[in-house]
Write a protein that binds this ligand. Structure first.
Ligand code: NAD
Ligand code: IPM
Ligand code: MN
Length: 363
């Protein structure tokens, strides 16, 4: 057996703990079957970090993340910490973790295989075959721009991008598209924002000079939101800044049926970071009802990034197998069919891990 991959696990808050427990069980089972060795080290983060050491990103957590092969995160935040402001918030810890790790490229795939098209509230013929990869810039834009200020009578943030920041995320989007369906749709608000004019100019330049064979379409963000629902099959890679990608990736979850299904990978820095797209869903916390698929597939994206493609495939197939058997958590059973719990769904995935391929991951 090779040296173990050292994984730092950050359960975080709310349903974060339940979904990372599921992901870890599936990762351990798949690894064992494929002769892979993973070691997990759990650390406090987010609200849990605030409770244990007064800091959403405790020093020991950050150090462990920097030294790990990969970080797997559940979710952070909740009403307990909503009265806090600035750097003391759990969300600030997450932004700092992303910045400290330097993971500027956030990949958020939404895939709707034929077998799952009925789970969306949208007509099956509209969403069947959807395969969108949101490539979201993660360490810049309005999330990090200075100056920023809050006073009770006036507040502001700064949306800023340098040409270099745009160029490097554009290259990630074009590279991914070159392995997929050869199309990048770049999202901006260039009819209003100076930062978006630069964004459009640089993306066009990189496309024309370095990826002339990839189709490039520019789209205003308001139209992109509508097109996502109206005609999602037109999208292959969706290239966005930090804020627009946050919004559009949540929106894309309606295509597949639930936010709980979506995984993500954040790459390009010291240590890759993997987390479901959803948050801590405080109202579901402790009820054993959250959908763990986003976290489990984030684990699959992690194995893929670590070069363990067969193990990643194996996990994706286990998830598809459990869904195909009709095991659905409550977010996917609005019609009153009886849902399975988080742990029951995970048990189904474990039982399916040995079965034959149903679909392939498309990261
Ligand atoms: P949320 O993503 O937690 O929940 C939005 C909706 O989706 C809710 O109806 C919730 O029940 C549902 N949902 C989310 N994940 C689910 C899952 N796995 N299974 C079933 N249903 C699921 O977003 P919110 O309610 O706007 O925010 C709650 C807290 O989470 C806030 O503190 C927010 O800052 C934080 N948050 C954290 C992250 C993160 O850690 N990456 C992401 C988004 C929000
Ligand atoms: C996400 C979340 C985070 C973001 C918050 C919690 C800081 O919404 O990961 O999508 O906005 O990036
Ligand atoms: Mn979000």
């Amino acid at each position: 057996m090779n040296d173990p991959f050292h994984i730092v696990l950050l359960p975080g808050d709310g349903i974060g703990e339940e979904v990372t427990t599921s992901a870890r069980r599936v990762l351990e089972a798949a690894s064992e079957r494929l002769g892979l060795s993973l070691s997990f080290e759990e650390k406090a983060f987010g609200g849990a970090g605030i409770e244990s050491s007064g800091n959403p990103l405790p020093d020991g957590t950050l150090k462990a993340c920097k030294e790990a092969d990969a970080v797997l995160l559940g979710a952070i935040g909740g009403p307990e910490w909503d009265h806090l402001s600035g750097e003391l918030r759990p969300e600030a810890g997450l932004l700092r973790l992303r910045a400290e790790l330097g993971v500027f490229a956030n990949l958020r795939p939404t895939v709707v295989p034929e077998s799952l098209a009925h789970l969306s509230i949208l007509p099956a013929e509209l969403v069947e075959g959807v395969d969108v990869l949101v490539v979201r810039e993660l360490t810049g834009g309005i999330y990090f721009g200075e100056p920023r200020e809050y006073t009770p009578t006036r507040a502001f943030d700064t949306m800023t991008y340098s040409a270099d920041e745009i160029d490097r995320i554009a290259r990630v989007a074009f590279e991914r598209a070159s392995r997929r369906r050869q199309k990048v749709t770049s999202v901006d608000k260039a009819n209003v924002l100076a930062v978006s004019r630069l964004w459009r100019e640089r993306v066009s330049y990189i496309g024309a000079n370095e990826y002339p064979d990839i189709e490039l379409v520019h789209m205003y963000v308001d139209n992109a939101a509508m097109q996502m629902i109206l005609n999602p099959l037109q999208f292959d890679v969706l290239l966005t800044g930090n804020l627009f990608g946050d919004i559009l990736s949540d929106l894309s979850s309606t295509l597949v049926g639930s936010l709980g299904l979506l995984p993500s990978a954040s790459l390009g820095g010291i240590t890759p970071l993997f987390e479901p797209v959803h948050g801590s869903a405080p109202e579901l916390a402790g009820t054993n009802s959250a959908n763990p698929i986003g976290a489990i597939l984030s684990g699959a994206m992690m194995l893929d990034e670590l070069g363990e493609y067969p193990a990643a495939m194996h996990i994706a197939e286990g998830v598809s197998g459990a869904l195909a058997l009709g095991a659905l958590t409550q977010d996917l059973t609005p019609d009153g069919r009886s849902p399975v719990s988080t742990t029951e769904f995970t048990d189904h995935v474990l039982a399916c891990l040995n079965e034959s391929a149903v679909s392939t991951p498309n990261f």
